[in-house]
Design a protein around this ligand. Sequence first.
Ligand SMILES: Nc1ncnc2c1ncn2[C@@H]1O[C@H](COP(=O)(O)OP(=O)(O)OP(=O)(O)O)[C@@H](O)[C@H]1O
Ligand SMILES: [Mg+2]
Length: 318
Amino acid sequence: MKEEIWIEKYRPFKLDDVVGQSESIERLKSYVKTGNLPHLLFSGPPGVGKTATAVSIARELYGEGWRENFTELNASDERGIDVVRTKIKSFAKTSPLGDADFKIIFLDEADALTSDAQAALRRTMERYTNNCRFILSCNYSSKIIEPIQSRCAVYRFRPLSDAAVEQRCRYVAEKEGLQIADDGFEAIKYVAQGDMRKAINALQAASMFETTVHRDNIYKITATAHPEDILEILKTALEGKFMPARKKLDVLMTQQGLSGEDVVGQIYRAAFDLDILPKQMVDLMDVIGEIDFRLTEGADERIQLDALLAHFALSGEE
Ligand SMILES: Nc1ncnc2c1ncn2[C@@H]1O[C@H](COP(=O)(O)OP(=O)(O)OP(=O)(O)O)[C@@H](O)[C@H]1O
Ligand SMILES: [Mg+2]
């Protein structure tokens, strides 16, 4: 039998299962209590509970038959105006079933809708407010046109705290009869960076190799370098040993299959653990930002990483 994917298996059922977003959740609970809902806009990074929260609201409002009055559309599959005119409109038009006062349309990745489609959506939202409420979800609320934002109660979902990630992973591990070593937790929190989907996926992947999850597997599975190795490379570079630092980085990248952008992200995080002067830190951050930008623009990874290490080496000599 194919094993179920844990992020689905442990998808929150009720608002209380959503961890680490207590401020938003408390306010949302009061809507459920009154049985009424404004249009909602959830914004925030991936894997922090936006979809899970929307589904939990529907379950709590409608109970068993929640699916009848809840529809989920992914705007990035069908980002055009047609989907607004056809699918969304036809669902919005029809009356809610059972004794529900309104239906819910959950529009995932709403920031992928073109601005024309958003304009059409705005009219649909107005027209069918009696029948239906929209919950829009996006990573960047700045990509949602102002008239839509002003029609919604906006909820900002934050990256989850390490404590919230740990809490949920403990719960999942317990249910699965899996042990997590302390260093395993450290690694999960490091790779997840507040993204619960990443954390649970890493945990499930590691569980296939060992019954007690240790950090080595977490790092290997997620193609992440050990943070100490990155720190070591930076220290070597700061001592002015450019070639040895470069060599170490080369080995690491080949062994772990790291991408340039991943490495810069890790260097950024490791830099805060360096014992250097504030002025030096500021200069290095400036360079890290520049190199990160160049990589996203498509510059050569090898050259950019060498340039970054060169800056560290020069900085150490000053
Ligand atoms: N706050 C949370 N509490 C408990 N589980 C969570 C939480 N956030 C995410 N998860 C877990 O991660 C999975 C993915 O979360 P969800 O689909 O809600 O993310 P999202 O914020 O909608 O991300 P995206 O922007 O990628 O759509 C859920 O099924 C659940 O297992
Ligand atoms: Mg989602």
